[in-house]
Design a protein around this ligand. Structure first.
Ligand code: FES
Length: 215
């Protein structure tokens, strides 16, 4: 389940989606980005209560800071659930897509800049497919907008009138990404969200930052 405060903020931003953000809005959202980063970092170091599954991260926070891979338990995730983890100090989104979400991936292909993930640097070869993932159900992408690095927020609501099938919205300058992290045309972000290297240790545990190159 999205964090309550994030859900509230998403609703506000959805109403502002088609308008150019004022400087006040921009400042607000930059502060919001810092709040998110602080919340995840704090949860990883102090408590697992605010961000589910942070407690499952291994190895230690110190090893993570040095760039070690992080192990993430995904066995309890419900369809449609998003969690945030830290890897090498970067925010990473792990989304368990429902069947219905997977069907939405083909809804707006004409509105996407790189629907086939042809930009080779944005994902490992094993994620250069229609779902941009090893297993269709799970999306793992870095939570950094490819424009200037702000943290996008989730907006999974479908709004056909806006040609929006759910995905991620960057509040800083309005970039939009679909449920596979594929960037929309006509936004500042030039490329899809980056997929980090990862592998499945078991069906319920992934390792972010390490792979076997397997398809
Ligand atoms: S940083 Fe995301 S749109 Fe500019």
């Amino acid at each position: 389940m999205p964090h309550k405060s994030l859900t509230k903020d998403n609703n506000v931003r959805a109403a502002e989606r088609s308008t150019l953000m004022s400087e006040d809005d921009l400042d607000h959202n930059r502060r919001h980005f810092l709040t998110i980063a602080t919340a995840v970092t704090g949860a990883a170091g102090v408590t697992a209560a605010a961000i589910p599954f942070i407690s499952s991260l291994k190895p230690s926070a110190r090893a993570q800071a040095l760039g070690a891979p992080v192990e993430v338990s995904i066995g309890s995730m419900k369809p449609g659930e998003l969690i945030r983890v830290l890897w090498r100090g970067k925010l990473v989104f792990v989304l368990r897509r429902s069947e219905e979400m997977l069907q939405r991936l083909s809804a707006n292909l004409e509105n996407l800049r790189d629907p086939k993930s042809a930009e080779v640097d944005q994902q490992p070869d094993y994620a250069a497919n229609d779902t941009r993932s090893l297993k269709p159900e799970y999306l793992i992408v870095e939570g950094a907008c490819t424009h200037l690095g702000c943290a996008p927020v989730e907006d999974f609501e479908v709004r056909p009138a806006e040609s929006w099938s759910g995905g991620f919205f960057c509040p800083c300058h309005g970039s939009k990404f679909d449920l596979a992290g594929r960037v929309y045309k006509g936004v500042p972000a030039p490329t899809n969200l980056k997929v980090p290297p990862y592998r499945f240790i078991t069906d319920d545990v992934i390792m972010i930052g390490q792979d076997t190159g397997a398809v």
